[in-house]
Design a protein around this ligand. Structure first.
Ligand SMILES: O=C(O)CCC(=O)C(=O)O
Length: 275
């Protein structure tokens, strides 16, 4: 989408519902390029790891901190994303890229994500200001009910942080509060076409079911933070480094490498923090 800018209405919707969906945020040719890299890039597959859900089903992801000059780095540094994030977040210090995850939910095996708020994780990293953080999910392949698309409970960002405990290798929100939220606010299945984007607040309760279909669900989730929001217990410094913004055209027009080791991949066995 050339010269994309979020409207005042979209910003108001984000603060009312805890999320917004922007259809066709990326063009088909951009998605084609990203998909080809997702399935062919050595570094992405080398650094992928499995995470068990409660039932032991595995979901695969690759997580890195520093966006570089590879296609994924250029996307996460693109003006359309960083400007949108800047318009959504509370505060005014520069926008930093905390991390990105390429979610690889494979057919028949891709595991579930338990109900949680991202701030359930990030609170443990001792970030103080959830309103200064946001996640942006870009669908690389179609996300449907059948292949385990994201589900959100609309408006739950207004509940503040709910207590979280461990659930498999994930962190899960207290069931009592999930049940109450489901009784009170609408459950929404976020079905996305390739290229659609979802911006969501760190206190929005969300989950996804296992992928029992024969179609993979791949998506990129990039998380951003304002520079003055210090993760006192977050070992990686990426969340305080202002994003070096690039034009939207860079993704298609600049010469790109594969994702480099300098991206700072999370290695599951070495690092404690998942998100
Ligand atoms: O992609 C999914 O299915 C869920 C991911 C998620 O909940 C998260 O990264 O916070």
């Amino acid at each position: 989408m050339a010269n994309f800018q979020l409207s005042q209405q979209q910003i108001a919707d984000y603060w009312r519902d805890g999320y917004i969906i922007v259809r066709n945020f990326l063009a088909q040719e951009e998605i084609d390029k990203l998909y080809k890299i997702a399935v062919g890039d050595d570094a992405i597959s080398k650094h992928a790891f499995d995470l068990n859900d409660q039932s032991g089903k595995k979901t695969k992801l690759t997580l890195w901190y520093n966006p570089g000059n590879d296609a994924y780095g250029l996307l996460t540094r693109s003006k359309r994303i960083v400007d949108s994030v800047d318009r959504l977040l509370d505060g005014s210090s520069p926008v930093c890229h905390f991390h990105s995850k390429l979610m690889q939910k494979e057919p028949k095996v891709g595991g579930a994500w338990e109900w949680h708020q991202d701030y359930g994780y990030w609170y443990k990293n001792e970030f103080l200001f959830p309103d200064e953080m946001v996640s942006v999910m870009v669908a690389i392949t179609e996300a449907t009910k059948a292949n385990g698309c994201l589900q959100v409970i609309k408006g739950t960002h207004k509940m503040g942080r709910v207590e979280h405990g461990f659930s498999g290798e994930q962190v899960g929100a207290a069931q009592r509060y999930v049940d109450l939220a489901l009784k009170t606010m609408p459950l929404v299945y976020v079905e996305l076409a390739p290229g659609d984007a979802l911006f969501f607040h760190p206190n929005l309760l969300h989950r996804s079911e296992a992928n029992l279909s024969d179609k993979a669900r791949w998506s990129l989730i990039s998380c951003y933070n304002r520079q003055d929001n210090i993760g006192y217990n977050e070992p990686n410094g990426s969340h305080r480094v202002p994003v070096k913004i690039v034009p939207d055209e860079a993704l298609m027009e600049w010469e790109t490498s594969g994702v480099m080791d300098s991206a700072g991949f999370l290695e599951k066995d070495k690092d404690q923090a998942l998100k």
